[in-house]
Ligand binder design. Structure first.
Ligand code: PBG
Ligand code: ZN
Length: 346
């Protein structure tokens, strides 16, 4: 066999990037993004009743909880350092009507939950979803006129729902109905009632995505006819997302959101570039979560490693906070990543 003669340089005509990757410490030195437990917002699905904890068929590892059980279920996330939650209400057909009236009731599961959580965990930031689809008999996010959603008629019930959450003690309300003027309507009503400290998280760039299916199973909010394409954004449009964000900020939004997240990293990035001072959220949605679960169940990927990679990418794109069903898993992982080691050989 012929010996290989190493090539000799006076000075290598290329840059040695691999010097930056020789060991864990060098790789850490190049890390521009690090996830921490308080980057996450953990969603919960709250049902009517007491003592309920039932795994959701469409959303593996996520549960329907009654307000009392939510309290005990919060202990572990709180211990992991998760300090923000997002509450969705889930009700049966018996509580639904055309106008989604139960959405603003002080007795809605979300309002009961907010009051209990605020008593036991005063430092936890409570965010609530504000939308009618889980409360209307037809499953659309707004008030119908025939088979068409009436934008302006929907503003008052959305504002009333947000007000009821503020009265129960919510810190942030998050309108997700994609009605024009919803942020303005909510801001007005909150201020009128002295809730100027309650903040608004606008689901500004919420796309009409095929990845919400598992959520609609969980929230019992599937539209009875048609789809949400007349109110949620068309996924072929990017620049309109920036216009939606600008409009929401004008209307009084305190936070912006892009949804879904993993498939919309470009929108997160453009949004953060356009509005660098506004906290940007991204929602890793139910379909994104379940696609990874399915791949992991099939043994195709390492779930923990891929979840960490995807959420790091979402933060790298520009998200300040990430709403994710993976929050507990990831919080546990990033907390334990700081390894101790032996300095001296014994
Ligand atoms: C309600 C709402 C939806 C989601 C959040 N808020 C569903 C929808 O628009 O049909 C989806 C969240 C997820 O898929 O995890 N408007
Ligand atoms: Zn909705």
């Amino acid at each position: 066999m012929k010996e290989i003669q190493p090539y000799t340089f006076n000075a290598a005509p290329f840059k040695r990037f691999r010097q930056l990757r020789t060991d864990a410490a060098m790789r850490d030195s190049q890390a521009e993004v690090r996830l921490s437990a308080n980057d996450f917002v953990l969603p919960f699905f709250i049902v009517v009743g007491r003592g309920v904890k039932k795994e959701i068929g469409s959303l593996q590892g996520v549960y329907h909880l009654s307000p009392d059980v939510l309290l005990s279920e919060l202990q572990e996330p709180a211990r992991l350092g998760i300090n923000k939650i997002l509450l969705f209400g889930v009700i049966g057909e018996d509580h639904k009507d055309e106008n989604g009236s139960f959405s603003a009731s002080p007795d809605s599961p979300v309002n009961i939950a907010i009051r209990l959580v605020k008593e036991s965990y005063p430092d936890l930031t409570v965010i609530t979803d504000v939308c009618l689809c889980a409360y209307t008999s037809h499953g659309h996010c707004g008030i119908l006129d025939g088979e068409v959603i009436d934008n302006d008629k929907t503003l008052a019930p959305l504002a009333q729902m947000a007000l009821s959450h503020a009265q129960a003690g919510a810190d942030i309300v998050a309108p997700s109905a994609m009605m024009d003027g919803q942020v303005w309507a909510i801001r007005q009503l909150l201020d009128l009632h002295g809730f100027n400290k309650v903040k608004i998280l606008a689901y500004s760039a919420k796309y009409s995505s095929n990845l919400y299916g598992p959520f609609r199973g969980a929230a019992n909010s599937k539209p009875a006819f048609g789809d949400r394409k007349t109110y949620q954004m068309d996924y072929r449009s990017a620049s309109q997302a920036i216009d939606e964000m600008a409009a929401d900020l004008d209307e009084g939004a305190d936070f912006l959101m892009v949804k879904p997240a993993h498939t919309y990293l470009d929108i997160i990035s453009r949004g953060k570039t356009a509005f660098p001072k506004v906290p940007m959220l991204a929602y890793h949605v139910s379909g994104e979560y379940m696609m990874l679960k399915a791949a992991a169940n099939a043994g195709i990927v390492n779930e923990e490693a891929v979840a960490l990679e995807i959420h790091t990418a979402i933060k790298r794109a520009g998200a300040d906070w990430i709403i994710s069903y993976y929050a507990p898993l990831l919080a546990g992982m990033v907390n334990s990543k700081v390894k101790t080691f032996q300095v001296f050989k014994t």
